[in-house]
Ligand binder design. Structure first.
Ligand code: NAD
Length: 473
């Protein structure tokens, strides 16, 4: 609905960068207590802006207040609380062992910040995906420039106020803009770039990072399958699948992208999902205060064209399909008999459209999944342990839930991220801290080192010592 957005002047960005450059070493030397103080302040300011965030996200894409609380504010607060609880342990140098050949020395890991970091975020969870990695970056002791998506102008305005009120620009600053600003930022030398977005843009980010050999975390997307096998307890799990597919109008990186349903369960699955959609959003979802809009016309038209293309190739819309372009509204839609080479099965859907594929034997399932890029998430609905094991062992994915969808992202004890095309690197909790940290190897020699007995000239005695080393140590 919004297409206007602010662009921070490149000269202003350069000034911010220069300011952080003079300051990042001081930030890096801060103790856990100082970082915890910052995180507590961040938490407090976010809560002060709860009302503004709810209003802004409603204006941006009709996001219900409850979902702003649950899927934007809470994940960031949870990330902050987890970091506060564990930061002292995470920062503590970690003593490690020594091989016998290194007797008389000690070794440990020193956790030092990477330095100057850049975080680029998408529009679908504008606050969660900008601020959650920021928590990890602050915990690890870095300076950060944040670049949110240009598509959530109201939310961006509130987030900017939160950042300005909480942090010194020399430590954490937020800049605004689209591709031009992102490109200018990527030209600058950062120690680490944390990017969340589409795989195609991820490649641009990685290529830019290679110029400075900056490390990267790429949180990308792709087609995340949902398998419903012949043993799935549909009535018990249908709300879990429906919720994960249509929350945020399907604009989630870990949304079930398509369903692969055993033929014996197909009818029950479809009917149960239709009933469940009606339970969540009523007979006419456009009237529901709980159903979102597509973020903008470009994405609305993209989704419309996927349906048109797939229907032209023989797919059948079996529920939903209503649209209102003026509102960027697309009804929760189920599409059956979708040809594998049509747009709905070729591209990540990222919207409220659920293609349904039917299968007879489980080999077909893994063949289909493995014919595509490794997904960010893979969901298995089954009561059969052997089937579950088979699906896990014969596929690869960033994360997997069994008899559940999407919630693995909310467990800070788990790493979150993709694999290859769906992402590189992990985030959240301790994994997020490590991603923004250089694990520096430290080695201290206390006694004479064994190597001193093996330096040139290599006498026959020294060669014997070398031979023993090869044989015994
Ligand atoms: P996007 O890649 O188009 O945009 C993401 C960010 O990149 C925005 O800030 C945008 O301004 C910037 N950008 C756009 N073009 C750029 C360029 N040429 N150079 C540098 N930066 C550029 O993604 P999107 O449409 O905002 O989000 C949708 C995608 O993000 C989906 O593929 C989805 O699966 C993925 N996603 C992944 C996660 C995850 O955690 N893995 C979370 C949310 C979304």
């Amino acid at each position: 609905m919004i297409s206007e957005y602010n662009e921070t002047d490149i000269s202003v960005i350069k000034d911010i960068y220069a300011g952080q450059k003079t300051h990042y070493r001081d930030v890096g030397k801060t103790k856990a207590s100082e970082r915890i103080r910052k995180l507590k302040k961040f938490q407090k300011v976010i809560l002060q802006f709860r009302k503004e965030l709810r209003e802004a996200m409603w204006k941006d894409y009709h996001k219900p207040a409850a979902e702003v609380d649950l899927t934007e504010i809470y994940p960031v607060l949870s990330e902050i609380r987890f970091a506060i609880k564990h930061l002292k342990t995470w920062m503590k140098p970690e003593q490690v062992g020594n091989p016998v050949t290194m007797i008389g020395s000690s070794s440990w890991i020193h956790y030092e910040p990477k330095g100057m970091c850049l975080i680029i975020a998408p529009w679908n969870y504008p606050m969660q995906l900008l601020f959650a990695p920021l928590v990890s970056a602050i915990a690890a002791g870095n300076t950060v420039i944040l670049k949110p998506s240009e598509f959530n102008s109201h939310t961006v305005e509130v987030m900017k106020r939160i950042i300005t009120e909480t942090f010194d620009e020399k430590e954490i600053a937020m800049v605004e803009g689209g591709v031009e600003v992102a490109t200018a930022l990527l030209d600058m030398k950062f120690s680490h770039i944390f990017f969340t977005g589409a795989p195609g843009i991820g490649k641009i980010v990685m290529a830019a990072a290679s110029k400075h050999l900056s490390s990267v975390t790429l949180e990308l997307g792709g087609k995340s399958p949902t398998i419903i096998d012949e043993t799935a307890n549909i009535s018990k799990v249908i709300s879990r699948i429906t919720w994960a597919k249509f929350v945020n109008a399907g604009q989630i990186c870990i949304a079930p992208d398509y369903a692969i349903v055993h033929e014996s369960k197909k009818e029950e699955f479809v009917q149960s999902m239709i009933n469940q959609i009606k339970k969540h959003y009523g007979e006419n979802a456009i009237e529901s205060p709980d159903f979102l809009r597509i973020i903008n016309t470009k994405h609305f038209l993209r989704l419309k064209s996927y349906i048109d293309n797939s229907v032209q190739q023989g797919a059948k819309v079996i529920y939903g399909g209503a649209m209102n372009e003026a509102e960027n509204y697309i009804e929760p839609t189920l599409v059956d008999e979708v040809p594998i080479d049509s747009d709905l099965m070729k591209y990540e859907v990222f919207g409220p459209i659920f293609p349904i594929i039917t299968y007879k034997n489980k080999e077909e399932v893994v063949d289909l999944i493995n014919s595509k890029e490794k997904p960010l998430a893979l969901y298995i609905y089954s009561q059969n342990k052997k089937n579950i094991k088979y699906f896990v062992e014969n596929t690869s994915a960033g994360g997997t839930c069994i008899n559940m969808s999407a919630v693995h992202v909310g467990n800070p004890h788990l790493p979150f991220g993709g694999v290859n095309n769906s992402g590189i690197g992990k985030s959240r909790g301790h994994y997020g801290f490590i991603e923004f940290t250089n694990e520096r190897s430290m080695f201290k020699q206390k006694w004479p080192s064994a190597i001193e007995f093996m330096t040139p000239p290599y006498s026959s005695f020294k060669q014997k010592l070398i031979d023993w080393t090869l044989k015994y140590f």
